[in-house]
Design a protein around this ligand. Structure first.
Ligand code: UDP
Ligand code: GLC
Ligand code: MN
Length: 320
């Protein structure tokens, strides 16, 4: 349907990488909907060019910032004030219905059936399930709603400093009014659930349709060795499922990096893909659960992550 669209947002080049992968993943799973990327003025020309190749529409919007440092600090994410920019999605009135998706989401199965739902449909937030997570939601663009939302934000602010707090107090009957507006968790499966409820992840995780890399560490915070197909990074911070992370990097390195490289030409561009010499290779990323299991089985990685140096550093951090 030409008047229905998936919408995302990127205010900088890092989130633009996420938007590129998300767009590719939607296309790979054969969506019949239009794709729209909202971008801020700081997104580079090169990133814009690549977004234009993947998305039907790339729209420049003003960056709205809650500026609410007190609430953002409580959430330990001073960077999320700009997520208010998301609210611009209600101004896309040339579409009758849209699905907003964070740039740190990845589609692993066709999700066009989401357009059967009405505003405001979303999945529960894993941290506080009576609130919805605003990383994936169905909405009806409307200038009237946009105006009311801005007014609401001006009058009441946001309890988390970002869009999610404001949207939850605006659509305050989400949890109680209509069960069809409560999307199954598989439409916004944040990797945090893997750690908070592993048995449920083992039972239902294979049905996931959208993976959300929620939290401080994003897929683009890691590096990747395309030859060995290994994602590398600080294992302490890994808050994601290595399989989904690998899926993100596979898509990014094979489809997105070549397009970016073409746009950057001779100019420096940091893709995050590395090919280190054999002897310098860092440890492949394993989940902390897997690492714990190995440790318990007596397979500590004495030369790598479990080295005495690392244990000493950890102890020093605790003592501080
Ligand atoms: N975002 C952005 N620039 C920023 C921060 C956020 O464009 O500096 C957008 C992006 O679409 C992102 C969304 O706002 O996915 C929400 O932020 P994030 O995903 O980092 O929040 P989380 O899901 O980790 O709470
Ligand atoms: C969240 C959501 C994200 C939102 C942020 C700020 O945890 O995942 O989409 O932008 O909070 O409210
Ligand atoms: Mn997110």
């Amino acid at each position: 349907m030409a008047d229905q669209a998936f919408v995302t947002l990127a205010t900088n080049d890092n989130y633009a990488k996420g938007a590129m992968v998300l767009g590719r993943s939607l296309r790979n799973h054969k969506t019949s909907k239009k794709l729209v990327a909202l971008i801020g003025p700081h997104v580079s020309e090169q990133s814009r060019a690549v977004l234009h190749m993947i998305y039907d529409e790339v729209r420049l919007v003003d960056v709205l910032d809650s500026g609410d440092m007190a609430h953002l600090a409580m959430m330990k994410r001073p960077d999320l004030g700009v997520t208010f920019t998301k609210l611009h999605c209600w101004t896309l009135t040339h579409y009758s219905k849209c699905v907003f998706m964070d740039a740190d989401t990845l589609v692993v199965s066709n999700i066009d059936e989401l357009f059967d739902r009405e505003e405001l449909s979303a999945a529960p937030d894993p941290g506080w399930p009576d609130c919805f997570n605003s990383g994936v939601f169905v909405f009806h663009p409307s200038n009237e709603t946009y105006g009311k939302l801005l007014q609401h934000c001006t009058e009441h602010g946001s309890f988390d400093g970002g869009d999610q707090g404001a949207l939850n107090s605006f659509f305050s009957d989400w949890a109680t009014a209509d069960i069809r507006k409560r999307l199954p968790f598989i439409y916004n499966m944040s990797s945090i659930a893997i750690y908070t409820y592993l048995p449920a992840f083992k039972q239902y995780g294979a049905n996931a349709k959208v993976v959300h890399f929620l939290g401080n560490t994003k897929p683009w915070s890691y590096t990747y060795d395309p030859k060995q197909r290994v994602v590398r990074g600080d294992i302490q911070e890994a808050s994601t499922h290595p399989g989904f992370l690998l899926e993100w990097w596979t898509l990014y390195s094979s489809c997105v990096v070549p397009m970016l490289q073409k746009e950057y030409g001779e100019q420096p561009f940091h893709s995050g893909c590395e090919e280190l010499p054999q002897c310098e290779q860092a440890q492949p990323l394993i989940s902390s659960e897997e690492r714990k299991q190995r440790w318990e089985q007596g397979q500590a990685d004495y030369m790598g992550v479990d080295s005495f140096d690392n244990i000493e550093k950890k102890l020093a951090a605790f003592l501080k």
